[in-house]
Design a protein around this ligand. Structure first.
Ligand code: AVJ
Ligand code: FE
Length: 411
């Protein structure tokens, strides 16, 4: 049995969109930075140091890396005479930008015990002071766009931080809660299929104040009419899949998926563990009984795809998903509980060209071997996502908040 959960608590994290809205650049900057600080306020320094797997990063690294992004792409090139806070931080906190220089190997981030959390906080304060001065001096359109990128970037890391702390805490026998006040996943009846008209449809970012480069160019896609579920697949439906041998029937699975299912002995979504007759799972709210009426979370693309076949359905393409959400307002937006796997490989839109500079490495170089997820999750900062938003992960990954919305061809 699991010991009493111990709790940390991040209640009070702003529930309003921090980077979006009509507010001034200075106010948006402060709101995003403050939201990160609030997210980690209840963590202990030791919680912020450990790295539980190569895909995850220590919370301390997230705090420093997001700060490094502003220092490297905003302050360095634009503030004459700006001196970096510490000359070693470029090596430590560059994530993947080849154009910026070499970096510490990702799987070893948890071994970097210095700088400590207090020094990283000082780094944040230093960069914040310079960023506030830089923003106050006035931004042209290009710098304003870079600022929006930096803020959207930090928001992405806010969600990654929740994912990574959850994964870390799941390794502990104490199963601590990232936030004991984390809202329970919305429960409800199983979804129904809704008909969506096909035809030539426009896909991609419209006139939002900010979109990532991978959401452009906006372009036309031809869709046959189809059906899309108005809710995500629930835990109860997933339990039926498990009971009927879903994890033991190779005919339901893609070959690569079946290989990973076997190699890692999958028999349930990530974080699920049976105690007697009851399934429990790790959530940001701690160790909880699985609610059959809540959306299933922490399944890989391979599992989602196998489930769809089991259910006599399929996953929607990303264009179907976006068109449906733009045209059918009865699709349940509450289901932003979990990102939704699509059948679409993460690839450039027609005419996409990444910028030539280091910032061009942000999304474009990852357009290979990954699948697109649409929607948003409970850990996604409010206002961060949009109908054209393209999240992406490798098909076997499942520590992110990923669930399933089914589609169907018309009979
Ligand atoms: C879009 C979530 C897959 O985790 O690498 C963070 C977000 N990009 N820093 C990732 C991201 C640059 C990205 N994902
Ligand atoms: Fe990053």
């Amino acid at each position: 049995a699991i010991l009493d959960t111990c709790t940390t608590g991040t209640a009070g994290v702003a529930a309003t969109a921090a980077s979006a809205g009509p507010r001034s650049p200075a106010a948006r900057y402060d709101a995003v930075r403050a939201r990160t600080d609030a997210l980690v306020a209840a963590l202990q320094p030791e919680d912020m140091q450990a790295q539980s797997m190569p895909d995850a990063s220590p919370a301390k690294w997230h705090l420093a890396h997001t700060t490094w992004f502003f220092e490297t792409f905003l302050l360095g090139p634009n503030v004459p005479g700006y001196e970096v806070f510490d000359a070693t931080y470029g090596y430590l906190f560059n994530s993947y930008y080849e154009a910026v220089g070499p970096r510490h190997p990702r799987p070893m981030r948890g071994l970097v015990t210095r700088p400590g959390v207090e020094q990283v906080r000082a780094y944040r304060a230093h960069v914040d002071a310079h960023m506030r001065r830089f923003i106050a001096a006035g931004l042209d359109a290009e710098r304003e766009a870079l600022l929006r990128l930096g803020l959207a970037h930090e928001e992405q890391h806010q969600e990654l931080l929740v994912m990574d702390v959850q994964h870390l805490f799941a390794q502990s026998p104490l199963k601590p809660a990232f936030d004991p006040a984390w809202p329970a996943t919305a429960a409800g009846p199983a979804g129904r299929f809704r008909r969506v008209a096909g035809g030539p449809v426009r896909i991609g970012a419209t006139d939002e104040p900010f979109a990532f480069d991978n959401e452009l160019p906006r372009h036309t896609v031809w869709l046959e009419p189809f059906e899309l579920a108005d809710r995500l697949v629930t835990n109860g439906q997933w339990l039926a899949f498990m009971a009927l041998g879903g994890y033991r029937r190779p005919e339901l699975w893609l070959s690569d998926g079946w290989a990973q299912c076997q190699a890692e002995a999958w028999d349930a979504p990530a974080y699920w563990q049976r105690e007697g007759d009851t399934w429990f799972h790790m959530t940001p709210g701690g160790w909880q009984a699985v609610d059959p009426d809540a959306a299933v979370v922490h399944v890989s693309y391979y599992e989602a795809e196998a489930y769809a076949r089991f259910a006599g359905a399929r996953l929607p393409t990303e264009a179907e998903w976006e068109h449906a959400v733009r045209s059918r307002h009865d699709l349940d937006q509450v289901d932003d509980t979990a990102w939704q796997w699509t059948a679409s490989a993460y690839a450039p839109y027609p005419g996409f060209r990444a910028a030539d500079d280091a910032v061009g490495e942000y999304n474009g170089k990852f357009m290979n071997g990954q699948m697109v997820l649409r929607g948003g999750a409970m850990a996604t900062p409010p206002g961060h996502s949009r109908p054209s938003y393209r999240n992406f992960y490798r098909p076997g990954q499942r520590w992110m908040f990923a669930g399933v919305r089914l589609a169907r061809d018309l009979a």
